[in-house]
Design a protein around this ligand. Structure first.
Ligand code: ATP
Ligand code: MG
Length: 581
């Protein structure tokens, strides 16, 4: 529990103030967004190949977006914005089994929340009729045929990386027969898997993607957008390039796994008359330490109940990060910081956390909260007395104003800020030792009262009235400063302390990622005490609870039952200790 708070790594409020960085215009730090893709675009504009840049972000609505998608969103929408063009949000919805309206709505919300506006928001399924026409066109050119091998035969005849494939016995079907069969496929004359439509390219090609790839398959499932209109569905490669062309996309940006598909992308567009001729450009996908960026695996975490949902604050989904207290700016800045290249690398979690801390440090309203409380009674402080200390809402930004912090005889301090048998270098409270209460007075611990179980229940202390404001006229040195909350004024709250969901840097590579789950990724503190000046619901305002980190009210928080999430600690506690414990 001690390590969850991390107070042993934070000496005093003053040392935190020193760590905070001067406020700066963050856009100035990341003004240079150049990358190899922008170089290509610059050249295309200079040569007159294009006069307006059009991009798209094409998620499949089969899950919620994650931090990896954010990289693609920032890239595509960022380029469109910077070049005065536009970007479409296109749902690549060719696998009806896995897609849903819930996912569609969450994706729209996430893109908007990140601060981007799409030009149009089509479904690839809106083009099914046109795609069908393109398929007929290929058949008529003798460049596509209906194959009736079953799945096993097709797989066996496809060859391997070392061995070429074998032509299907149906490859020589006449154009008329193909047209007839394909129409019958469309008209619901066959069962799933009976036939497929394939491009007629080259079964000997060293690129397996060109060995007569499947363009259409039969699937008797209801589609979220087209209902039961279709029982044949086009495959990704066929759909993607043509959708790009239909929309007039100039630069189709995708991740490097699709590099080997580019030849097929080009083949399709080179063999059909389309309204535009986009090019595919690949970049390295985001890989982030300690995280999974695969919708399939994230889905598994949700369906197994390992997390509370897609928006569990430990999930690096956009919706989870939002609930956790990430700002859109911190995510966009992170994407700027990591840049775009063709080389795979794994980004340290610290980069994301730094982007978040830098942004929250500028934004967050400062408050005091005690998360794991122990009662302090100041023996020589009058029982009916109450005074107010004025605290800045932000140490560097006077525009944030101030608030009044009530002080009374009974307070709460952090249990971790007291130690009974303290070593010499423990600069917080222990019997006979003096500590500074933030804003207020020096107090000295006189007596420790324990319950029957031997746990510390109350600390009887004395205060020095001369030390008001935090210094003593006799120049007496007090090293430690701790935070506190007046018991009478305290607001009771539950605080969720979140940590990384995985203990291993690459959980996705493990045979079973479950073994890498961090059992301490969520510690619930049911007994927290807040100073009164805190907005308890609404999930808008970021707080820095002094010495503890950044916090935000959870969606479920109400003024009757406040629940706060710790967004991030004030500094990285993983760098040195590796993992909590
Ligand atoms: P997943 O494997 O999680 O389902 P995906 O790539 O299949 O991911 P899509 O919905 O197809 O998910 O992705 C939409 C866009 O986001 C694609 O252009 C894809 O290249 C991009 N994208 C997905 N993951 C990443 C990532 N980790 N880094 C950068 N871009 C990504
Ligand atoms: Mg995909």
């Amino acid at each position: 529990m001690n390590s969850a708070l991390g107070l042993d790594r934070v000496k005093s409020v003053d040392s935190i103030a020193l760590q905070t960085q001067p406020m700066s215009d963050s856009s100035a730090d990341h003004g240079d967004n150049s990358n190899f893709i922008r170089d290509i675009i610059d050249a295309d504009l200079a040569s007159g190949k294009h006069t307006r840049i059009v991009t798209r972000f094409p998620p499949e609505p089969n899950g919620y977006l994650h931090i990896g998608h954010a990289k693609s969103i920032c890239l595509n929408f960022g380029i469109a914005r910077d070049y005065g063009g536009y970007c479409n949000l296109r749902f690549d919805d060719t696998n009806p089994e896995k897609e849903s309206i819930e996912y569609i709505n969450s994706i729209r919300r996430d893109v908007e929340w990140l601060g981007y506006e799409w030009h149009s928001n089509p479904f690839a399924s809106d083009y099914f009729e046109q795609l069908y026409g393109y398929a007929i066109d290929l058949i008529k050119q003798g460049k596509a045929y209906v194959d009736s091998q079953d799945a096993d035969e097709m797989r066996a005849n496809r060859g391997t990386l070392k061995e070429p494939g074998v032509d299907s016995p149906y490859r020589g079907r006449s154009i008329d027969e193909n047209l007839h069969l394909f129409e019958a496929m469309k008209n619901d004359k066959f069962a799933d898997g009976e036939h497929v439509l394939r491009a007629k390219i080259d079964m000997q090609s060293p690129n397996i993607n060109l060995r007569d790839p499947v363009l259409y398959r039969i699937r008797h499932v209801t589609h979220h957008n087209t209902g039961d209109t279709w029982c044949i569905y086009p495959l990704y490669d066929f759909t993607h390039g043509l959708s790009d062309a239909i929309e007039g996309i100039t630069h189709s940006l995708c991740t490097l796994e699709f590099e080997d598909h580019r030849a097929l992308y080009d083949w399709i567009l080179d063999n059909l008359e389309t309204p535009a001729r986009p090019v595919q450009i690949e970049f390295a996908r985001l890989q982030l330490e300690y995280s999974l960026t695969s919708k399939r695996k994230l889905n598994q975490l949700v369906s197994e109940g390992q997390v509370s949902g897609w928006d569990d604050p430990r999930m690096l989904t956009i919706s989870g990060m939002r609930r956790r207290g990430f700002t859109p700016e911190s995510i966009v800045n992170f994407c700027d910081m990591i840049g775009v290249t063709r080389k795979y690398s794994t980004i340290e979690m610290g980069v994301l956390e730094t982007a978040l801390r830098d942004d929250l440090n500028v934004r967050a309203v400062r408050r005091m909260a005690v998360i794991n409380p122990v009662k302090v009674i100041i023996d020589n402080y009058p029982e009916d007395q109450e005074e107010f200390f004025t605290g800045a809402n932000h140490p560097q930004n006077p525009d944030y104003g101030t608030r009044e912090v009530p002080f009374t005889r009974e307070l709460y301090i952090e249990r971790d800020d007291f130690m009974e048998d303290a070593p010499r270098k423990f600069f917080r409270l222990s019997p006979g030792r003096e500590v500074r209460l933030r804003f207020a007075y020096y107090i000295t611990c006189q007596q420790v009262i324990k319950n029957d179980a031997g746990e510390v229940e109350t600390l009887i202390c004395s205060y020095d009235p001369e030390s008001r404001g935090g210094s003593s006229p006799d120049g007496r040195k007090v090293k430690g400063t701790i935070h506190w909350v007046s018991a009478r004024h305290a607001v009771d709250a539950t605080v969720n302390l979140y940590d990384r969901l995985f203990t291993s840097t690459n959980p996705g590579a493990a045979a079973d990622f479950h073994r890498a789950l961090n059992p301490e990724s969520l510690v619930v503190m049911p007994d927290a005490k807040f100073e009164p000046a805190i907005e308890l619901s609404g999930n808008t305002l970021a707080y820095q609870f002094e010495r503890l980190g950044y916090f935000i009210s959870d969606y479920d928080s109400t003024s009757e039952r406040p629940i706060f999430n710790r967004t991030m600690t004030l500094r990285d506690s993983w760098a040195k200790i590796g993992q909590p414990g």
